[in-house]
Design a protein around this ligand. Structure first.
Ligand code: ATP
Length: 248
């Protein structure tokens, strides 16, 4: 098919796995209105690019809007998204907030990452309501799934991962993670190839979060063996796929 002709291996993996997961789990339906949460990082940029292509491939119509929540560390750092929206035929909404600095207030008893992601999710849910969206798409990948599993296991004594699809508000909003079965190496490569305008996260806690720490668990468990690492990731992916297919 013409659309896929000039894609490299990584781009095809992102597009193909996303499509297969969408199909297997009945993620979207005709007339769906999908908000894509774009942080400015590689995962959510690739998610946006992939869903734009899937929009042309699937045999039904669905709408897309890009949603960005600026956490308030650098009020102008979303300029690449503004420029990109100007050059691409897609609607977008950029919400300026101060959730980042507020989450880092030394008086808080909870961790800044917890407070920030809680507040961000609330802003995103409010935007979904404002635009009557049926879906909110997040850019989590296979390594995020593994890190979340370890975080839940170690911090909250729960065996829980990240769902490919979850219902909220009595089913009026479906949260989806179309890149959940894709490893980061493919996403990074695809982002470079598509020349997506990724920007640095200015958060002072970036790279120092509990999730980043848990990403190291995969290397600890696999002892540096690539095949073992992939087997662990495959187990997590199979588990979530089974759960999501049962929800269908
Ligand atoms: N500021 C934001 N505005 C909109 N969506 C966001 C924002 N931050 C995170 N998200 C959404 O939540 C997902 C998971 O967040 P996380 O903090 O793990 O992302 P990230 O690693 O900073 O960036 P990315 O996943 O885009 O590479 C993102 O993929 C994106 O879909």
């Amino acid at each position: 098919m013409g659309i896929k002709k000039n894609l490299n291996h990584a781009q095809k993996i992102c597009l193909g796995r996303c499509g297969k997961l969408m199909q297997q789990t009945g993620m979207l339906w005709p007339g769906a209105r999908v908000g894509i949460a774009v942080s400015g990082g590689v995962d959510s940029w690739v998610l946006a690019r992939v869903l734009m292509i899937r929009q042309k491939i699937v045999p039904f119509y669905f709408e897309i809007i890009l949603l960005h929540v600026n956490p308030g560390f650098d009020p102008g750092n979303h300029q690449p998204l503004v420029d990109w929206l100007g050059a691409n035929p897609l609607p977008g909404h950029i919400q300026s907030t101060d959730i980042g600095p507020r989450a880092h207030n030394p008086g808080n008893t909870k961790s800044p990452c917890f407070l920030c992601s809680w507040s961000r999710r609330k802003v995103l849910f409010d935007l979904c309501r404002k635009y009557s969206l049926t879906h909110l798409a997040l850019g989590h990948n296979a390594e995020d799934l593994a890190a979340t599993f370890f975080m839940n296991l170690i911090q909250t004594s729960r065996v829980d991962g990240l769902s490919a699809r979850e219902e909220f508000f009595q089913g009026s909003l479906t949260l989806i993670r179309p890149l959940l079965l894709v490893e980061k190496k493919y996403i990074r490569n695809a982002a470079r190839r598509w020349e997506l305008p990724v920007w640095e996260n200015p958060c002072p806690s970036a790279g120092a979060s509990k999730r980043t720490e848990m990403e190291g668990m995969l290397d600890v468990l696999s002892g540096g063996n690539k095949k073992t690492r992939q087997n662990i990731l495959n187990a997590f992916k199979r588990w979530q796929l089974d759960l999501a297919c049962n929800l269908k």
